[in-house]
Design a binder for this molecule. Structure first.
Ligand code: N01
Length: 527
């Protein structure tokens, strides 16, 4: 078969993919980008459900590498809405003139390593056959929605909507009876909007979640100016891996009273940043318990019906071991007359019927079902592609017992492949736009070194990979994360190995910088 030869295939036109494609083109490489969506934006292209917003302050949720982009964009709110973030992605794409590099509405179906040529043979669902020296998977950590698999799905007469693949045209909930299934961030953000319009909403909850108030607000000119003034400090923190916010010492040892007072910062609108400002929150049971108690006390304050409030109080996992949500009016929405909570612990969903959802207890007649069931996180987008490395080994097989990889970016036996924000990197535990930048810049540094020395093949050393996987596991074992049935642990997808997927260590960027400075001691170059 005749294959079109390029230097690199970049899969994904989210923020990481766009940056990777831009850098490679800048350096004169022939890049082919491939994107399943009709346009750029990655997760923000797909997650158009009402109320979708970032949970990192907008001023920080943007590219750090381009002065031109930063200074030409004005965020309007503390936590930007999905339309504004998508507009920002489009603004970046316009400034970078990135679209000509991409084939949109195209999926990579297979990528096989050609050992004789040191190239990836890449096939797409549009019949295109490519041969690329490098394959960069910038496919996102949360890009494969978890599909509902209840019996009777086809029988339901009304629309069924998946939050992670929301229609482009606005959905009219007016006068409708709606089922929202799931109580993760997607449901927590969308429920207040859906409830404000709908006739009736039934929320199907299996596990209540901790959610922190966004206290969202417009960004004032003064705040914008202060951010710009502090930008050199933030940028340095980003580049060096410093936290960028003031932190108490890790060995902080508060009295019970001091602790109870300090955890109140969870209600100051800092959201996920506030969780980072509580030392050892995800390591120390006493500290975590205090934070849980405080948030539960706030839920009881907000929800009028005490029985309902108890049902909304999480008790089965430590706070932050599932990603905490950041909401606007989530808990108070349950005070509305048109919102009911269906506690699936009292009767699980048995089937979907023509008229709605039937649990072990009752049948709920609805006009629309919203499935907010989450994602096959971090590995899903990678294992869905038929990626085969040396000896024809499928990635799915190599990862049968859990993702084995080095720094979340490279996989032994899969040369010249880079996974951006992959499992084994901090990825979703940090600002994911910045996590993407770190990985893109690292991949770029490797590729540039190879060009300088005329090398055609780079592979990670198997022992180095083993050491990294072991380190990721041990770091996670030193925390409370393994106690939650979370998507971090792969626990939300039946049959997925139970492994902590993101790297919890705080030294990742330092390690990346050290690897570059030492000329990549864990990588083997040939050619
Ligand atoms: O998904 P989730 P999400 N029967 O996995 C329930 C990011 N994000 O899309 O907990 C019944 O958190 C499941 O119940 P349980 C963010 O990183 C960011 O909401 O497994 N229920 C849970 O309640 C976030 O963490 C933003 O018992 C079932 C829900 O579905 C990540 O995406 C906004 C079920 C899934 O919650 C995922 O969030 C939105 C079943 N069979 C998302 N299967 C921002 O703010 C699953 N559930 C940027």
């Amino acid at each position: 078969m005749q294959r079109r030869e390029v230097d690199a295939v970049v899969v994904g036109a989210g923020f990481a993919g766009m940056y990777m494609s831009h850098l490679l083109r800048l350096e004169g490489y022939d890049v082919q980008g491939i994107e399943a969506a009709a346009d750029v934006g990655g997760t923000w292209f797909w997650n158009r459900y009402p109320g979708a917003r970032c949970d990192i302050p907008s001023l920080l949720y943007q590219y750090s590498w381009s002065e031109e982009i930063r200074t030409s964009w004005k965020w309007s709110e503390k936590y930007a809405t999905q339309p504004e973030i998508l507009a920002y992605a489009n603004h970046c794409a316009d400034l970078l003139d990135i679209r000509p590099l991409y084939r949109f509405e195209t999926r990579v179906t297979a990528a096989h390593w050609d050992e004789a040529a040191d190239r990836w043979l890449v096939d797409t669902d549009k019949g295109e056959a490519l041969s690329a020296r490098f394959l960069i998977m910038a496919t996102g950590a949360l890009s494969v929605p978890k599909e509902p698999d209840f019996p009777g799905l086809d029988r339901f007469k009304g629309p069924q909507l998946v939050t992670g693949r929301w229609p482009h045209d606005p959905v009219d909930f007016k006068g409708k009876r709606v089922a929202v299934v799931g109580t993760g961030s997607s449901a927590i953000q969308s429920l207040p909007h859906i409830a404000a319009e709908a006739l009736q909403v039934h929320v199907f909850q299996r596990t209540p979640n901790f959610s922190l108030p966004a206290l969202n607000a417009p960004i004032s000119d003064e705040e914008r100016a202060a951010f710009e003034a502090a930008w050199p400090f933030y940028k340095q923190a980003i580049d060096t891996g410093e936290p960028g916010v003031e932190l108490l010492p890790e060995d902080w040892d508060p009295s019970d009273e001091e602790l109870a007072e300090h955890v109140k910062i969870l209600w100051n609108g800092g959201g996920l940043v506030s969780t980072v400002q509580i030392p050892r929150l995800t390591k120390d049971e006493r500290i975590n318990d205090a934070a849980c108690d405080f948030v539960r006390s706030q839920i009881r304050e907000l929800v009028n019906d005490p029985v309902l409030a108890e049902k909304l109080c999480p008790t089965s996992f430590p706070i932050s071991t599932k990603r905490a949500c950041v909401d606007t009016d989530y808990y108070v929405t349950y005070n509305r007359d048109n919102v009911t909570l269906v506690d699936l612990n009292e009767g699980a969903i048995e089937e979907v019927t023509a008229r709605g959802i039937r649990t072990a207890d009752a049948e709920y007649d609805v006009d629309i079902i919203v499935w907010a069931l989450g994602f096959d996180a971090m590995t899903g987008a990678l294992t869905r592609v038929d990626i085969r490395g040396e000896g024809g080994t499928p990635l799915r097989q190599a990862w049968y017992a859990g993702p084995a990889m080095w720094m979340g970016m490279m996989v032994a036996g899969f040369p010249n492949l880079f996974t951006i924000t992959g499992p084994g990197s901090p990825s979703v535990l940090m600002n994911v736009i910045l996590a993407g930048e770190h990985n893109v810049e690292f991949a770029n540094a490797v590729i540039e070194r190879m060009r300088a020395r005329g090398e055609t093949r780079v592979a990670v050393d198997a022992a180095a990979q083993e050491a990294w996987v072991d380190h990721v596991r041990r770091e996670a074992e030193g925390t409370l994360f393994p106690r939650a049935n979370s998507w971090y642990m792969g626990a939300n997808i039946p049959g997925k190995p139970r492994v902590m997927l993101p790297y919890v260590g705080m030294d990742y960027k330092l390690r990346l910088n050290a690897a570059v400075a030492a000329d990549f001691p864990d990588l083997r170059f040939e050619g």
